[in-house]
Design a protein around this ligand. Structure first.
Ligand code: ZN
Length: 407
């Protein structure tokens, strides 16, 4: 039998010097091979046994066969030894003290400053095959705070390409993902929003307020434009991802206001470059999340991996964006548009080919170059346009509505 106990739980036990013993609760896994001590109250799980401060005489009381005893010692570092009560007396057990925060951060040291990410907040909008992978990867990188947005529930046909599993069927993707992220990252803060950002732009504005980055992993083009319209004027960088039809390839576009192109510019320029990809869809899920096509999916087991490649690139670009202007050995993206081909189709000459293209800012973009757009469309400045609009509105006669409100 193997015992695990987090150092935070040992701290709790030793918090009150007057208290030298108590009860332990948690989980038994793999037919009793592993006991995870989770806490010192019933809310932490099933009853496992008792804890006591090392060196303190046992407080007595009957101890049943199969109960655990955990002896804890002040640190640093905090220590614990475990034993199991058997018919032959106490049998010592292997016990691992989990130093969640310290051990977790140690894994990330070297590539970049993990602390920097601990203080960042990102919003992930769309938690399908793309967004769920991005969110779980960024949580593993140490992002401190995440706002998850999606109004769909998890269905069986999602599972092949989703970070969550069958046990989450029927749950909102936001809530299933929250539990997954809390399981991955010990200190992450997660907020969930079951909102359609197309229908509720006010909610969208509130959700992204204060974020360092927005990941747009929705499967609809118009929702990406809505995210762009909300992020750009607020100066919030955003990363947009798309997988092409049957995931033969995909792309990641990044917008960092106020410089360079926004997503509206991108959309207009993209087709000028290459024309649309064959049987194009920028829909992350089209053709993959249709239950009637499950047979096709089973026949093409590589599809999940192909979509996953694009999702991982989105996560990577998101990480680069969060770490730009900081000390890191990860180089930043050379352009704002990255294209990746899983197969040699369309513009890709060979499998696993990546291309970097810099999308220019559109001179008359209504989102990121509003003044130029107004000047071009109306032949006047923004101030003049506002004045003109005001005087037109003033000239409209007021009409008394014939409809009276019922009290
Ligand atoms: Zn633009």
């Amino acid at each position: 039998m193997f015992i695990t106990v987090p150092d935070s739980v040992i701290s709790q036990m030793l918090q009150d010097p007057e208290r030298t013993e108590g009860l332990i609760y948690g989980r038994l896994l793999d037919g009793g091979d592993v006991a995870q001590i989770v806490g010192i109250t019933e809310a932490a799980g099933i009853y496992l046994g008792r804890w006591q401060q090392a060196g303190v005489a046992e407080g007595g009381g009957a101890i049943a066969i199969g109960e655990l005893r955990l002896q804890v010692e002040e640190g640093p570092p905090l220590r614990a030894t475990a034993s199991l009560h058997t018919a032959d007396g106490w049998q010592p057990l292997e016990c691992d003290v989990i130093r969640l925060r310290a051990d977790y951060a140690a894994r990330l040291r070297g590539l970049f400053e993990a602390d920097r990410l601990a203080n960042t907040c990102i919003a992930v909008i769309g938690l399908g095959s793309g967004g769920s992978v991005v969110a779980s990867q960024l949580a593993r990188c140490g992002v401190g705070s995440m706002r998850l947005v999606d109004f769909d529930r998890l269905e069986v046909h999602n599972i092949a390409r989703h970070a969550c599993g069958l046990r989450d069927i029927g749950r909102y993707k936001t809530r299933a993902m929250r539990d997954l992220l809390l399981d991955i990252s010990p200190s992450i803060q997660v907020e969930t929003y079951e909102v359609n950002v197309m229908e509720d732009t006010e909610a969208l504005a509130k959700i992204i307020d204060g974020c360092d980055l927005v990941v747009a992993a929705t499967d609809k083009e118009d929702s990406k434009l809505a995210i762009n319209a909300a992020c750009w004027p607020r100066g919030i960088p955003a990363v947009y991802g798309a997988a092409y039809n049957r995931a033969f390839g995909g792309d990641v576009f990044r917008a960092i206001p106020p410089d360079g192109a926004c997503y509206t510019c991108f959309q207009a320029v993209v087709t000028e470059f290459f024309g649309p990809p064959p049987a194009a869809t920028t829909d992350f899920s089209a053709g993959y999340e249709d239950p009637s096509r499950m047979a096709d999916l089973i026949a093409e087991p590589g599809l999940g991996l192909d979509v996953g490649m694009i999702a991982l690139l989105m996560a990577r670009v998101s990480l680069m964006t969060l770490l730009r202007n900081s000390e890191t050995t990860l180089p930043d993206l050379p352009t704002n548009w990255l294209l990746f081909g899983n197969r040699a189709e369309w513009i890709f000459q060979q499998p696993l080919e990546s291309m970097f293209i810099d999308v220019p800012k559109r001179a008359d973009c209504p989102t990121c170059n509003y003044q130029a757009y107004v000047a071009d469309a109306l032949q006047m400045s923004v101030t003049e346009a506002a004045m003109t609009a005001k005087s037109i509105l003033a000239d409209i006669p007021t009409v008394q509505s014939p409809i009276t409100r019922h009290p």
